[in-house]
Design a protein around this ligand. Sequence first.
Ligand SMILES: N[C@@H](CCC(=O)N[C@@H](CS)C(=O)NCC(=O)O)C(=O)O
Length: 229
Amino acid sequence: MPLLDLYYWTTPNGHKITILLEELGLPYNLHPIDINKGDQFTPEFLAISPNNRIPALVDPTPNDSDESLSIFESGAILEYLADKTGAFLPQSGAARYDVLQWLYWQMGGLGPMAGQNHHFSQYAPEKIPYAISRYVNETARLYHVLDKQLADKAFITGEYSIADMASYPWIRSYKKQSQDLNDFPNIKSWFERISARPAVIQAYAKAATINNSSAVTEAGKSILFGQKS
Ligand SMILES: N[C@@H](CCC(=O)N[C@@H](CS)C(=O)NCC(=O)O)C(=O)O
């Protein structure tokens, strides 16, 4: 049986998918797309990911078609794999939409805000106090929302799901986001619980064999932050 192909780099949005694939125990081919070197702009990659962003997935054997399927956007990939395997996302009803609302909370809130936080705090050539405090404060607000949600639950919606797998890699960079997990005790214990999962350990161990630094190189900065239409 042909394997799934994951086009990936060692960043939070990439880790979401390796965590899920490791949790599912599904074999896959990992294709590194080094975004610091501009691999995201090759015609082959753009054919499956027109937004020139990782991750992207190709499934040569979808459940419901003879044609291979390619998909980009990490949230869509998580949802696709969960539906393909019937795991980590309830199939219907209120429980499904509970997971999906927290998945989209991560996709539209935590991810973009923490991403801008990283950008203005770590990478911007000019330190703009307004931008830094805007994104650090918004990240803190989102951490408070998550901490409250986790007050009476082991995982975001009760059972471990793709909503947890989407948020975890972003929380993992909490120090870069000027956050202290001691201020968020429910996130702290959730974070420790997920960090100890064998699949999560395996996903990050695989990442380290590809690239063991989360730093963006100087050459990478001009590729990543100088993009125009
Ligand atoms: N909303 C997208 C965001 C993907 C994204 O921003 N990927 C980054 C790495 S985490 C990337 O590929 N950047 C390459 C670039 O900016 O050219 C998703 O969740 O898949």
